[in-house]
Design a binder for this molecule. Structure first.
Ligand code: MN
Length: 203
């Protein structure tokens, strides 16, 4: 009886592990849709005139249906002088980024188990950096001229969670008592942050 129970719990564990897989599953066919997919204009600079000073153009499966089941996304990111792509995370994809123009100060923070270590680099044209799946990361343009980067993500729909938008700009708002305690600040600091408009730079 013990043996059966053990096997049963092993089976449940195996099932749970497969369901909990955060990345895209392997494709079951060569490709999914037979459409002539084309996106044009990724060479055109994006409007970065917004509160964070950046614009992310993510060509995921919503923009290119032919990406369905292929597990990849392409992105262009434009940065205004001193603009930034604020701290965010992609729940379903790792990201590899290359600087096409200008300079970027980039970084990501590891998980609690890894003691929240910060990994940063200053990237110049042609430099490549990787943000592992799920890690909070950012890019900042430290110069007075615009910057451009291109990125690949390992999902057809990597998803984006911008930390400030999620925590302070949720709808409805998180109870400010929760956030005051979580961030160890006075409630009026939280009130101020929750009243702010949190711009989404993803298009
Ligand atoms: Mn990213």
């Amino acid at each position: 009886m013990k043996g059966v129970q053990f096997l049963l719990s092993l089976a449940v564990l195996a099932l749970a592990t497969s369901i909990a897989s955060a990345s895209d599953p392997s494709p079951l066919q060569d490709f999914c849709v037979a459409v002539d997919d084309l996106f044009s204009g990724l060479n055109v600079p994006r409007d970065t005139n917004n509160p964070v000073g950046s614009n992310v153009t993510q060509l995921n499966v919503d923009k290119i249906p032919g990406l369905n089941t292929l597990g990849i996304t392409l992105a262009r990111i434009d940065y205004a002088p001193f603009g930034q792509n604020p701290p965010h995370t992609h729940p379903r994809g790792s990201e590899i980024v290359v600087v096409a123009k200008g300079t970027l100060y980039v970084g990501f923070v590891s998980s609690n188990q890894d003691e929240n270590r910060l990994f940063t680099k200053v990237l110049n044209e042609g430099d490549v950096f990787v943000f592992p799946m799920g890690m909070i990361h950012f890019q900042f343009n430290p110069r007075h001229i615009p910057a451009i980067a291109f990125a690949g993500l390992s999902s057809q729909n990597a998803g984006t969670i911008t930390i400030a938008n999620s925590v302070f700009g949720s709808d409805p708002s998180i109870n400010p008592d929760v956030l005051a305690k979580a961030f160890q600040v006075d409630k009026n600091v939280i009130d101020k942050l929750q009243k702010q408009f949190w711009y989404d730079n993803n298009n």
